[in-house]
Design a protein around this ligand. Structure first.
Ligand SMILES: [Zn+2]
Length: 106
């Protein structure tokens, strides 16, 4: 996995690239990982407005992933708060039942 990253970054020596290529030819798992890794780079390059960039610097990707995760955790926190409000606060299912009971009773 680390070698795949280095290969995508162009950091591997020729013998290392040869060894990796040979391994990828026989290991479907790593070949798939390399494809999704490359596709991830394409997506980042595209989102950076450089769809035809040859490389995307790793620090830029780390920063973006960090930002993405912060956004996700923020949304998750808001969603959890909303869920808690719906479940335990405000007009919950229990009070809804009570309202219906008073409506049906007469
Ligand atoms: Zn492998």
């Amino acid at each position: 996995m680390r070698q795949i990253e280095q290969e995508v970054d162009g950091e591997l020596s020729l013998p290392e690239r040869a060894a990796l290529a040979r391994h990828l030819a026989g290991c479907r798992h790593c070949a798939e990982a390399r494809i999704s890794h490359l596709e991830m780079r394409v997506a980042f390059a595209r989102s950076a407005g450089e769809p035809h960039a040859r490389t995307v610097p790793r620090p830029a990707i780390r920063g973006r992933i960090l930002g993405l995760w912060m956004a996700i955790s923020l949304i998750a926190g808001v969603a959890a708060g909303w869920f808690a409000h719906v479940r335990w606060g405000g007009p919950g299912p229990a009070s809804l039942e009570a309202t219906r009971a008073t409506f049906v009773a007469p």
